[in-house]
Design a binder for this molecule. Structure first.
Ligand SMILES: NC(=O)c1ccc[n+]([C@@H]2O[C@H](COP(=O)([O-])OP(=O)(O)OC[C@H]3O[C@@H](n4cnc5c(N)ncnc54)[C@H](O)[C@@H]3O)[C@@H](O)[C@H]2O)c1
Length: 329
């Protein structure tokens, strides 16, 4: 079976490509390398192209037999989406619309979408179940919700089969040390802590110390990227076997850690002390986000193997040290 992976040179995409190849799928990666990296691609057919270009997509679907599509490619910075919503709406919606149009024209009807916990907005219930109200608090989350709405309509009208995977906070790195997180700019908590400890970032800002949580800092649900990748392989299998027609599934652990807990664990693992500056909360940041993971367990048979905080930070630390060494060689 042959899978087209858009954004396969990115953080989560590259870990998923690795597992698909291990499971003997044929993999075609389509990426414009705007944030993806060549060094994160360890196999498969690689096409350098932009999803905003419909002609590129038409050529890809005309040239390859494709059984299913996993769509990672997206702009991903919540803060930037506040400042420049047009960029986000145009990019994230156009890329998804183009991809769906061309794949359906080529009779490819199996689709996995990288959605986000950002579709829920302020939680009314913790842990958050998939039937929670969808009220995103930023344009990035809105783009994910719009695509989900489009998927539902396309399923009804054109027979699209899809699974929308709503990730919570992806973290960690490939336990074999081949892949890891390399965002530029880096906006995620764990790499920012580790890059500061490595001396590659000058300062670490802790946003919000007055949340209604036990230590006053925000609690998030960190999910190891290798466990995330496994969920994609399981989802592809379910779609290809016809066992799931359409679904929305959270990918999280249900266990949360506060920012201070993450800092303490990072200090313990690295043996280094983090100096940080306290800053006010950022707009839209909520106190606690935790995923209900019952549906992922029931529908995908998804189990977690790497998503404890220690393994997440250990694998991320090994990766960042490796990148730092190779950069300074
Ligand atoms: N990282 C997280 O914690 C997280 C959480 C929730 C959802 N997500 C979603 O998961 C997906 C992957 O996230 P990531 O952290 O791996 O991001 P990433 O930036 O590492 O990967 C995105 C990839 O898409 C490619 N890309 C972007 N625009 C493109 C275009 N127009 N044409 C072709 N390729 C394009 C980039 O070059 C990159 O390789 C995104 O859709 C993101 O919104 C991520």
């Amino acid at each position: 079976m042959s899978i087209l992976v858009t954004g396969g040179a990115g953080y989560i995409g590259s870990h998923t490509v690795k597992q698909l190849l291990q499971e003997n799928y044929e993999v075609i990666v389509l990426d414009n390398f705007s944030s993806g990296r060549e060094e994160l691609l360890i196999g498969g057919e690689i096409i350098r192209g932009d999803l905003r270009n419909k002609k590129t997509l038409q050529e890809v679907f005309a040239s390859y037999k494709i059984d299913a599509v996993i769509h990672f490619a997206s702009l991903i910075q919540v803060g930037e989406s506040y400042q420049n919503p047009q960029k986000y709406y145009q990019h994230n919606l156009l890329t998804s619309l183009n991809l769906l149009e061309v794949m359906l024209a080529h009779h490819v009807r199996k689709f996995i979408f990288s959605s986000s916990a950002a579709v829920y907005g302020e939680p009314q219930k913790i842990p958050i179940p998939e039937d929670h109200p969808l009220v995103p608090t930023n344009p990035y989350g809105q783009t994910k919700l719009f695509v989900e709405i489009i998927l539902k309509d396309y399923a009804r009208a054109y027979g699209l089969k899809f699974i929308s995977l709503r990730y919570f906070n992806a973290a960690g790195a490939d336990p074999e040390g081949k892949l890891g997180e390399m965002h530029e700019p880096e906006t995620h908590l764990i790499p920012n802590i580790l890059l500061t400890l490595l001396g590659q970032k000058k300062e670490f800002y802790l946003f919000g110390t007055d949340f209604p949580t036990p230590d006053g800092t925000a609690i998030r649900d960190y999910i190891h990227v290798t466990d995330l990748a496994t969920a994609h392989v399981l989802a592809v299998k379910k779609l290809l076997a016809g066992e799931i027609q359409t679904d929305f599934i959270n990918l999280g652990t249900t266990k949360g850690y506060s920012v201070l807990e993450v800092i303490r664990e990072a200090e313990k693992i690295t043996g280094l002390k983090l100096n940080y500056q306290r800053h006010p909360r950022r707009p839209g940041d909520v106190p606690i986000l935790l995923a209900s993971r019952e549906r992922a367990r029931q529908k995908l048979g998804w189990e977690l193997h790497y998503s404890d905080l220690e393994t997440i930070i250990q694998t991320a630390w090994a990766w960042h040290q490796k990148v730092a060494t190779s950069l300074h060689r």
